[in-house]
Design a protein around this ligand. Structure first.
Ligand code: HEC
Length: 109
């Protein structure tokens, strides 16, 4: 009995550690949000079907980098018009979810 109780505590502690490591972003939510980004960024395939100008690879990018970049477009630090429009339609939670999802992808896909 004592042993089981200890195991339960260890499991709970492990769960807590996992939860705090992936703070606020929800990957499943992010996956649905990046649907509109894929036409340009080709997530997760990188092949940009259209338009045919260079588009940065964002799948597998660092989570905090993605949050900073999207906030940069949103607050005017970055000025690329289509991305400013995209970012302005995203809430702070959307940005966290998108970053959690994209950073979880393999950069080689
Ligand atoms: C109309 C095409 C288009 C769409 C749609 C689009 N993007 Fe972009 N995105 C670009 C281009 C082009 C750039 C490079 C802009 C620049 O030079 O600042 C970019 C840049 C970015 C960057 C910065 C990358 C870096 O390495 O600094 C991020 C992050 C990003 N986009 C995320 C998204 C997300 C998330 C969505 C969907 C909500 C999205 N984009 C939708 C074209 C697009």
């Amino acid at each position: 009995m004592i042993r089981l109780h200890t195991l339960g505590l260890v499991a709970a502690a492990a769960l807590l550690a996992t939860a705090s490591a992936h703070a606020a972003g929800n990957k499943a939510e992010g996956r649905t949000l990046v649907y509109t980004c894929a036409g340009c960024h080709g997530v997760p395939g990188y092949t940009n079907a259209y338009p045919d100008y260079p588009v940065p690879k964002i799948a597998g990018q660092n989570e905090q980098y993605l949050i900073n970049a999207l906030n940069g477009y949103k607050n005017g630090d970055r000025t690329y018009p289509t991305m400013v429009a995209q970012a302005q339609s995203l809430s702070e939670q959307n940005i966290q979810d998108i970053a959690a999802y994209l950073s979880s992808l393999s950069p080689n896909k």
